[in-house]
Design a protein around this ligand. Structure first.
Ligand code: G3P
Length: 217
């Protein structure tokens, strides 16, 4: 299972990279704005900074909604760095663009996916990753994890290569449940990854080992 961090915050990206378990980064226009990164030139410069920190895939989102615009933007983004994955929304023009990019060997992440049907379309179009937003489904009383399970089943039925990237992960239990279901990737905040470390018996056990060591020295 790949771990991506879902942020545009360079300090958090560095911290996750230093932990040694980071496989990539996902961003979106909202995450960029949260860090105060606005305007095309600044956003592009920021993608380059992220690529310098991590060794894995970095999703960069297009903001066009028409085929020609998505293709133009996506091709520009893909040229920035070989780690860039072009993030395309699940809309009709987006599906066409994903097929276009797939035929050209440009990797894509189909974003804003909320149903199995949308995930099926993304796979048919040749998306490298599909991003079902589980947290946002949970927010409206719909089981986000169930969507991951259903997409897993459909993709396995037909052997689709598209990787299921569980997105809008909010906490550590999401990460664990996605792993049980068989999501290929999860993207979440640093706290969702660091939460995996925690167990009180580890802390108690370590404190005792260290105290006992001191007794003999
Ligand atoms: O990966 C998608 C993500 O950025 C959305 O997360 O927490 O805004 O639903 P959230």
């Amino acid at each position: 299972m790949k771990f991506f961090i879902d942020t545009a915050n360079l300090d958090q990206i560095k911290e996750a990279q230093d932990l040694g378990v980071l496989d990539g980064v996902t961003t979106n226009p909202s995450l960029m704005a949260k860090e105060g990164i606005t305007g095309k030139e600044n956003i592009i410069a920021h993608y380059k900074k992220i690529c310098d920190i991590v060794t894995g895939d970095v999703s960069a989102e297009v903001i066009s909604t028409d085929f020609d615009g998505i293709v133009k933007e996506g091709e520009e983004l893909a040229k920035l760095h070989d780690q860039i994955i072009v993030k395309v929304p699940m809309i009709k023009e987006g599906v066409k663009a994903i097929k276009y990019f797939s035929d050209k060997g440009i990797k894509t992440n189909c974003t804003l996916v909320f149903s199995v049907g949308q995930a099926l379309l993304a796979a048919k179009a040749g998306a490298t990753y599909v991003s079902p937003f589980i947290g946002r489904l949970d927010d409206i009383s719909t089981d986000g994890l169930n969507l991951i399970a259903e997409i897993r089943m459909v993709y396995d039925n037909y052997g689709f290569d598209t990787q299921i990237l569980a997105a809008s992960v909010r906490h550590t239990m999401h990460v664990i449940d996605c792993a049980k279901i068989g999501a290929d990737v999860m993207t979440g905040p640093l706290s969702s990854i660091e939460g995996l470390l925690k167990h009180p018996l580890t802390d108690i056990g370590l404190a005792k080992f260290l105290a006992d060591y001191k007794k003999g020295n």
